[in-house]
Design a protein around this ligand. Structure first.
Ligand code: DQA
Length: 142
């Protein structure tokens, strides 16, 4: 059997993990967190893509959305604003898990609304960088 293919997809400002508001997002860079995920899931073909540009995230969803087995998606602030990303997730076949590092419900009220949850298979948030691991496990269990 072929290895499962899962994309870890990060949206705006998540390229600065490790430097960005460490009190909220921790000290780990995404590079080291992604390397740890690859080590933890050697049986999964894990790919990584990050963009600060909404349309590039949508293009990536279109690119992988008919061949990959899952997408672990932290859409960052676009979570709270983007109908276009909601529509892109609905347009593809690949299941998408919404991920947040922080517990958005303990934060500003404008973070309590997600425009993408309704298009995703589920949501994991509040577990720091471990949220990504939990999302991969959830996808494997589908
Ligand atoms: C985030 C939460 C969002 O509200 C915020 O805009 C982010 C990161 C998280 O991972 O906790 O950029 O998605």
């Amino acid at each position: 059997m072929e290895n499962k293919k899962i994309l870890v997809l990060n949206g705006p400002n998540l390229n600065l993990l490790g430097k960005r508001e460490p009190g909220i997002y921790g000290n780990d860079s995404m590079e080291s967190a992604f390397a740890a995920l690859q080590e933890r899931f050697p049986q999964v073909q894990l790919d990584y893509y990050q963009s600060n540009v909404e349309g590039e995230l949508i293009n990536k969803l279109h690119e992988v959305g008919f061949t990959y087995d899952g997408v672990v998606f932290n859409a960052g602030a676009y979570t709270h604003t983007s109908v276009a990303i909601h529509d892109a997730i609905n347009a593809i076949n690949t299941p998408v898990v919404e991920v947040h590092i922080s517990n958005v419900y303990q934060r500003e009220t404008y973070r309590h609304t997600s425009l993408i949850t309704g298009a995703c298979v589920g949501v994991i948030g509040g577990f720091g960088m471990d949220s990504y691991r939990l999302a991969i496990e959830a996808l494997q269990a589908l």
